[in-house]
Write a protein of this length. Structure first.
Length: 86
């Protein structure tokens, strides 16, 4: 990174660090929100123990936690895939 880029807060790709942080934050929030909503639906249908089984558990609480982590990961994966569309 050149001194000029460092002085004005941009990366070598021309994106500001703030923009990247905003996109990551949006991915985290979106992933958790989607995981929360879909997790509630899965809880209503009794499917969370099956999600817990993916990590060797049986409880609905563990299944809900695993489901939220998956939502978070999907939200972060969406950041580079959907960049520039929002």
């Amino acid at each position: 990174m050149s001194a000029t880029h460092a002085a004005n807060g941009t990366t070598h790709h021309g994106r500001t660090a703030t923009t990247v942080k905003r996109r990551i934050t949006a991915g985290v929030i979106g992933g958790l929100a989607g995981g929360l909503v879909f997790g509630v639906l899965m809880a209503m249908t009794g499917m969370l123990p099956m999600v817990a089984a993916l990590v060797g558990g049986e409880s609905a609480v563990l299944g809900f936690g695993v489901h939220l982590v998956y939502g978070l990961v999907l939200g972060l994966v969406a950041v580079p895939v959907l960049r520039g569309r929002g």
